[in-house]
Design a protein around this ligand. Structure first.
Ligand code: GLA
Length: 391
């Protein structure tokens, strides 16, 4: 079966270095990698001070950098024409265009946090599918942030990782203009191998939740519907505004403090349904963690199903391609499936007995052809480690 492959780290380091040398006529000083992610459950809960349970993918972005003494910043991926070129002291909001905004945003946020940055050449390369709801933008931000720390000779400890999470969130929300909630940067910089990360955005804390998928004979299949998903479009911000309106109406600081009974009294139908999703979804994250602790995979599958229905009907962020993926995966043998990430397209995640994965993929492909949809792409999510400095 053709899956989108994560690639071998050693080959990707070499390829990234070679692209850097071709673009800038000199070798990079540092290379760092940062993973994309797929969320098991807990959608749109991060900006409501709720709980999320993502895993890092083996698919990652690699950032190569070398310092410069003239204060100039150049940014390229090696295959997009001339590098974006500017100055380190002007990389703030509004200064950079296109995807390089995320890189400029990180440099700006690090400077805002007090890091003294030289000019630099930056090249990024990688295997996180773009626009698939798998956090290619967070992988980009976090790989660059870590590479810059390597350039500065800093020790990458837990405290620095948390600082980088905050800087990358600022890059995304204040410079790129995507009002996202912080899950993606947190998992990319804090993930642990073979585990999901339970992040509590009220307590600002996280802990690893071991998964044991292989021992259970299960695989996490991710299907990218290839329906465009862009967090800077209005749908995401509109959901966030509805959640804030619900919290205001209930007189609580965030929906984390709201009860379902109180939410059910809200008079605005749309706002009530949005808040219902958030409050029930936070509870489903708790229940998923409990089910995982006793290897109750059937229970996890039921929670996936309930989460999807809630996002489809109450939060209204699904689409026909995601609904078809979820229904087909379950019919073909998945234990559970749901859309994952911000929604409005992007990817679905299915929990599948390993021997059924090829059959599930085939069934989804056939269903997409029958429905007249563009062919989807699939990848296998191997719960992987956090961003790291490589060379
Ligand atoms: C996007 C955002 C995250 C989160 C998810 C939905 O990935 O970047 O902060 O809100 O959507 O759970």
């Amino acid at each position: 079966m053709p899956y989108v492959e994560p690639g071998h780290p050693s080959e990707l380091i070499e390829a990234t270095g070679a692209l850097f040398t071709r673009a800038y006529d000199a070798a990079p000083r540092v290379v760092a990698r940062a993973p994309g992610r797929v969320n098991l459950i807990g959608e749109h809960t991060d900006y409501n001070r709720g709980l999320v349970l993502p895993v890092a993918l083996a698919h990652a972005t690699y950032a190569a950098v070398a310092g410069r003494e003239d204060g100039v910043v150049r940014i390229t991926s090696g295959d997009d024409g001339e590098p974006w070129t500017g100055a380190i002291d002007t990389v703030g909001p509004g200064a950079v265009d296109g995807w390089a905004t995320y890189v400029g945003g990180v440099l700006w946020a690090l400077r805002e946090d007090g890091f003294d940055l030289p000019g630099m050449d930056v090249l990024v390369h990688g295997t996180v599918p773009l626009g698939a709801g798998l956090s290619s933008s967070a992988a980009l931000e976090c790989s660059v942030a870590l590479a810059v720390c390597g350039l500065l000779g800093l020790t990458v400890d837990d405290e620095l990782r948390h600082r980088l999470v905050r800087a990358c969130i600022r890059a995304e929300t204040e410079v790129a203009g995507a009002p996202t909630g912080g899950m993606d940067q947190s998992i990319s910089l804090l993930a642990q191998v073979d585990a999901a990360l339970l992040i509590d955005f009220d307590q600002d804390s996280s802990r690893a939740v071991p998964l044991g998928l292989a021992a259970a004979g299960l695989t996490l299949l991710v299907t990218d519907t290839r329906v465009s998903h862009a967090l800077v479009d209005g749908g995401y911000a509109a959901r966030r505004a509805d959640c804030e309106a619900a919290a205001d109406a209930l007189g609580v600081p965030s929906l984390r403090q709201a009860t379902l009974a109180a939410v059910e009294e809200l008079t605005d139908d749309r706002v009530r349904r949005r808040a219902t999703h958030i409050v029930t979804e936070i509870e489903r994250v708790r229940e998923t963690v409990d089910a995982l602790a006793v290897d109750d995979w059937a229970g996890v599958g039921r929670l996936f199903a309930a989460s999807h229905v809630s996002m489809r009907d109450d939060f209204e962020i699904s689409c026909p391609e995601l609904d078809l993926t979820v229904a087909t995966a379950v019919e073909a043998g998945a234990i559970g499936a749901r859309m994952t990430g911000g929604g409005f397209g992007g990817s679905a995640i299915s929990l599948v007995p390993t021997e059924r994965v090829d059959a599930v993929v085939h069934a989804i492909d056939v269903a997409f052809v029958a429905a007249g949809f563009r062919a989807p792409q699939h990848l296998l999510a191997e719960p992987s480690g956090a961003a790291e400095l490589l060379a």
